[in-house]
Design a protein around this ligand. Structure first.
Ligand code: SF4
Length: 440
């Protein structure tokens, strides 16, 4: 039996939603008395919150588990969590003898008990009652983030039927949190020093639909934005068919909402979008972009696109290139199509060879890089508000409203401390990053 308090290390892979889950898991383990380890080598339990979204993410998850199995102390326990554990529990148990436990999202209520068993720890303090998986994911208890921004998940799961996506299979139907619960969490985070909140969900614009609250996101955003002390609110992943004018107007008019629209357009070909079971067309997407820019002329736009979807031709690639040239999006993520097990798109006959998809992707990426860099260069001379995220080797690093945490570029400042909100003039642009001089 272990006498001292076990120390836990958690590596998180995948998207912002997984980071939210990790924050919750960490909060629950702290409440149960576990402590953080300074490194995997110093941990009694090493955990990996895996991502199963696409094949490269699964490969990275497995590689990380194997690397940590090597790095940890021989007696330390290795636990696999997250989407991959949820979706491939049995396969992982058989294929990864290095792992002492594989615990998917639905079995999070067992997590504390399993760790107690694995570490043979008998804590002296009284434990909170075992909670349901949803309670753990949505519990307001969480550690204070080390950054001035924090992600808050407002719903789990997705009701859409995009043919390339396996998320609904392992995250289930959409379940929205109550507004009160979200507001309580954001209030706590702001009190602890967080200045920017990023609301995330698989299909954020559909927030509230599952509980009969159509247009729920606008009301939620109004309530959250009213929380004193909060400076910025950012919205992640807006499904194009769900973005209505009232939401665009609210985002444009409310000063606390970052003028940043993260659209997931996926392609410009109407035929391919139909095959993906996604809304819109190149023309429809452009109309949406125009309505956003009409309401919010300074809006920064980000979108993601799939390259090499089954049936995609060279003409489709050229039409996507023409769309990117005319849309002039600030930030773009291009992903090669990945045939996900159990999805309709994986069964389509006219698959594009991976090498051809990668060649198309490189072509589009080169074109978009020029657009992104030119948009950044056009920022020089502009005065913008910047939130300082951190100081790295004496260099203050922040972001303007155009830059979401961790995915877009940063603003390098001549001074500033984490959490400070500064007015700065952009004096240089270097690819995706900007340099600025603090005005006040
Ligand atoms: S909306 Fe997003 S999460 Fe939902 S099925 Fe489509 S791609 Fe997957």
């Amino acid at each position: 039996m272990s006498a001292s308090t076990p120390k836990v290390w958690l590596t998180t892979l995948g998207c912002a939603k997984n980071q939210v889950d990790s924050d919750k898991v960490t909060g629950v383990l702290h409440a149960a008395g576990y402590e953080d380890a300074a490194s995997p080598e110093a941990a009694d339990v090493v955990m990996v919150n895996t991502c199963a979204f696409i094949e490269p993410a699964r490969r990275e998850s497995i590689d990380t588990v194997l690397e940590l199995a090597e790095a940890k102390q021989p007696a330390a326990k290795l636990v696999v969590l997250g989407c991959m554990a949820q979706r491939y529990e049995q396969v992982l148990i058989e294929a990864l003898p290095e792992a002492d436990a594989v615990i998917g999202l639905d079995r999070y209520p067992e997590l504390v008990g399993r760790l107690d068993q694995l570490t043979e720890w008998q804590p002296l303090q009284i434990r909170p009652l075992q909670q349901s998986a949803m309670d753990i994911l949505y519990e307001t208890l969480r550690p204070t983030p080390s950054t001035p921004y924090a992600y808050v998940k407002v719903a789990e799961g997705c009701d859409k039927l995009c043919t390339f996506c396996a998320i609904p299979q392992f995250r289930g139907k959409q379940r929205s949190r109550s507004k009160e619960n979200i507001v309580a969490e954001v209030t706590g985070l702001v009190r602890s020093g967080v200045r920017e909140i990023v609301l995330v969900a698989q299909d954020l614009a559909a927030y509230g639909r599952d509980v009969g609250d159509r247009g729920g996101l606008r009301a939620l955003v109004e309530e959250v934005a009213a929380i004193p002390g909060l400076r910025w609110l950012r919205l992640y992943y807006l499904y194009p068919g769900e973005i209505r004018q009232p939401l665009i107007d609210a985002m444009a008019e409310m000063p606390k909402i970052a003028n940043y629209f993260d659209l997931s357009l996926q392609h410009s070909s109407h035929r391919l979008l139909r095959a993906m079971k996604r809304p819109g067309s190149g023309h429809g997407h452009m109309e949406l972009i125009h309505s956003i820019r009409k309401a919010a002329p300074d809006a920064a736009l980000r979108s993601s696109f799939i390259v090499g979807f089954p049936g995609e031709t060279e003409d489709d690639v050229e039409s996507l290139a023409a769309f990117l040239r005319s849309a002039q999006l600030d930030w773009v993520g291009l992903f090669p199509f990945s045939p996900e097990e159990g999805t309709p798109a994986a069964e389509l006959s006219d698959q594009v060879p991976h090498d051809a998809a990668m060649e198309r992707l490189r072509y589009l990426q080169g074109l978009q890089d020029d657009i992104t860099h030119a948009k950044n260069a056009a920022e020089v001379g502009r005065s913008v508000e910047v939130l300082v995220d951190q100081v790295e080797e004496g260099q203050a690093v922040g972001r303007s409203y155009r830059q979401a945490p961790e995915i877009d570029g940063v603003v390098l400042l001549d001074r500033g401390a984490p959490g400070e909100w500064l007015q700065a003039e952009i004096v240089g642009a270097y690819g995706t990053d900007l340099e600025a001089r603090v005005l006040r």
